[in-house]
Design a protein around this ligand. Structure first.
Ligand SMILES: *Cc1c(COP(=O)(O)O)cnc(C)c1O
Length: 259
């Protein structure tokens, strides 16, 4: 990633936004083109697919550069990484006339003891993966006197090494979660297994969509609109299968440190 270039003993030049803007300017049109083509193949409109730019592992300057190229939705997977970044982005965008127009999404596993910090900054928490977390979020949202939009994370293949409700568990737990007045369920999220051929995970996305349709029938008073599914390597298949939100990191910002 290269945080800065060291000149003298104590002079550090931090990469400026221009560096990221150049890279993003090359990548974004290709991404938009791919989203549009996948939407068309799925008989859908690209406007119905929200791109959440997952900025984990990249600095605030990268977010600001993406913002200047028109992106407004950003995703983070750890509250402790997100907090200073959000503050820095807000400081950098402070002078922009429309600087307030930025939305953050929590897409990663939230530890119970950090639940309080997940209430407030996020437009949508994608990763509610257990009842205990839902209850804690409810408590802090009630304290803050707000309603927090959430998605339920589903471990479609019931992989024991992954977070999320199994499809059966999610159906069992829904009544308890819908009874929490300060949480608003807006749909489902999943992380497909990493595969070389994205066609392999099409059944995972199709299964999430069927589960969503079933829940919509069982609980028609709720809008189960969102299907947050698809990442850099498989978002086209996810869109064809009905994704309303894709979470794209690498295809926008490039490789992360440690990848
Ligand atoms: C990192 C991450 C992404 C984005 O992954 P890429 O492969 O870089 O697009 C999406 N969703 C979640 C939950 C993530 O943690």
């Amino acid at each position: 990633m290269g945080g800065g270039r060291r000149l003298g003993a104590d002079t550090v030049v931090v990469c400026d936004r221009g560096v990221y803007e150049g890279v993003l300017r090359d990548r974004l049109p290709a991404l938009r083109e791919r989203v549009a083509r996948a939407a068309e193949q799925g008989g859908r409109s690209a406007e119905d697919v929200m791109v959440v730019a997952v900025s984990k592992g990249h600095p605030a300057e990268a977010v600001v550069a993406a913002w200047h190229l028109g992106l407004r939705e950003f995703g983070e997977n750890r509250v402790e990484e997100a907090e200073p970044k959000m503050a820095r982005v807000q400081a950098l965008l402070g002078e922009e006339p429309r600087g307030g127009e930025i939305h953050w999404h929590m897409v990663g596993h939230v530890q119970s003891r950090k639940a309080a910090r997940a209430i407030g900054p996020y437009t949508l928490i994608h990763s509610v993966d257990r009842l205990k977390l839902a209850r804690r979020l409810e408590r802090f949202a009630a304290q803050a006197d707000c309603v927090q939009p959430i998605l339920l994370e589903v471990n479609v293949a019931a992989d024991p090494n992954k977070y999320g409700f199994t499809p059966q568990a999610v159906e069992e737990v829904v009544p308890a979660i819908l009874a929490l007045p300060h949480l608003r369920v807006e749909g489902l999220m999943t992380m497909a297994p990493l595969v070389t051929d994205p066609e392999e995970v099409r059944p995972v996305f199709a299964a999430l969509r069927r589960l969503r349709d079933r829940l919509q029938e069982q609980y028609p008073e709720i809008s189960w609109h969102h299907l947050s599914m698809g990442m850099s390597n498989d978002f086209e298949v996810a869109i064809q299968e009905g994704a309303t939100i894709i979470r794209v990191g690498t295809a926008i910002f490039g490789p992360r440190e440690g990848d």
